[in-house]
Write a protein that binds this ligand. Structure first.
Ligand code: XLS
Ligand code: MG
Length: 343
């Protein structure tokens, strides 16, 4: 069965261009104006951090948070947009400086779990049961800072508490091997899937694969996707591109290695991705040098490149590929793919 594709991104993908070495270089676009952009660029889904949806949530009661999220749901409805997921932004707070679930401070661990309960309430009010965990600071700068067995158990226990808090919730773990931490406890998708097996509801724990994060682990993104698909755990993707083992670049999809991008599109398409409602998320950042009036091209072109690669993938002759595989003539297969890409 072929894939069925609809596209999403998060409000953080329209941004002012600050980096660790320099300030913002573009004007802030208010959230409501960002929402106007989605449909114009061919996107139907919105990905949220909890405080994208309810900015002042730490100073609000649970009821106030749900009310504000419910009001936002109406705005999304008015735009014909759907919330794909909500992810707790656990890495920004002074209380999560040493991680959320794996912090060495018990009060901070409680803060993290309570914060994610509010994230789940927001997701419910926005009409989605998908919670994404990018486990940003669940790691260490030096190995002696935390015990890796305890840390792994703490993450699993936290996820268990959250699965129990709301029986409709589905957790998608977004693995990443480093940045902001030096060593992350859930660096790859195999770790993410195995973590789900430590809970008593593994059927509600899946994963989100981000291209750049797989490359930062020196792995092939399409093989990571294949592994997750084989486990029926690929519930979302963050497509982008990445120039080797550097900082997380979130480049336009396919910008560095179009063949690597083709193989991601192909594995998704050949295994029916999207047939159960999965979205194609584009977690891309525009270059810092872009001026205000041309600062949305990364989203537009990432989606267009995906669709172009889909056309190329579907133009390939599966019988010819199978014949060359049978002949073990991988040089010819190599040329066949490159020729299709360079037409
Ligand atoms: C950062 C992550 C982040 C998540 C959502 O590297 O990609 O944007 O996707 O929390
Ligand atoms: Mg991401």
């Amino acid at each position: 069965m072929q894939g069925k594709f609809r596209f999403s991104f998060g409000p953080w993908n329209i941004h002012e261009g600050a980096d660790p070495f320099g300030p913002e270089v573009r004007k802030t676009i208010p959230f409501n104006e960002k929402l106007e952009v989605y449909k114009k660029l061919g996107f139907d889904g919105v990905q949220f951090h909890d405080d994208d949806a309810v900015p002042n949530m730490n100073n609000m009661t649970p009821d106030q948070i749900v009310k504000e999220a419910a009001d936002l749901k109406k705005v999304l409805d008015d735009h014909g947009l759907v919330a794909e997921f909500v992810a707790p932004r656990l890495w920004m707070d002074p209380r999560t400086i040493d991680g959320g679930f794996t912090s060495n401070c018990p009060e901070c661990r409680n803060f993290a779990i309570n914060r994610v309960k509010r994230t789940i309430d927001i997701a419910e009010a926005l009409g989605t049961n998908n919670i994404v965990f990018w486990l940003a600071r669940e790691g260490s700068y030096i190995r002696e800072a935390k015990d890796p067995v305890t840390a792994t158990e703490q993450i699993a226990e936290a996820i268990q508490i959250l699965l129990d808090y709301n029986k409709n919730v589905r957790v998608m773990i977004e693995s990443k091997p480093n940045e902001p931490m030096d060593h992350a406890y859930i660096p790859t998708i195999g770790h993410a899937i195995a973590l789900g097996l430590m809970t008593n509801a593994p059927e509600r724990v899946g994963c989100l694969i981000e291209t750049a994060h797989a490359i930062l682990a020196n792995l092939s993104p399409s093989d990571e996707m294949g592994f997750a698909l084989a486990h029926k755990k690929l519930w979302s993707v963050h497509l982008n591109d990445q120039n080797g083992l550097k900082f997380d670049q979130d480049q336009t999809f396919g910008a560095v290695d179009p063949r690597r991008a083709l193989n991601q599109v192909r594995v998704l398409d050949q295994h029916g991705y999207g047939q159960n409602g999965e979205w194609v998320g584009l977690d891309v950042k525009v270059m810092r040098t872009q001026k205000d009036d041309v600062a949305l091209k990364h989203l537009d072109y990432s989606r267009k490149i995906f669709l172009k690669l889909l056309d190329i993938s579907r133009s390939l002759d599966d019988a010819e590929i199978a014949r060359l595989q049978g002949e073990r003539d991988y040089e010819e297969l190599n040329y066949y793919i490159l020729n299709a890409m360079l037409k």
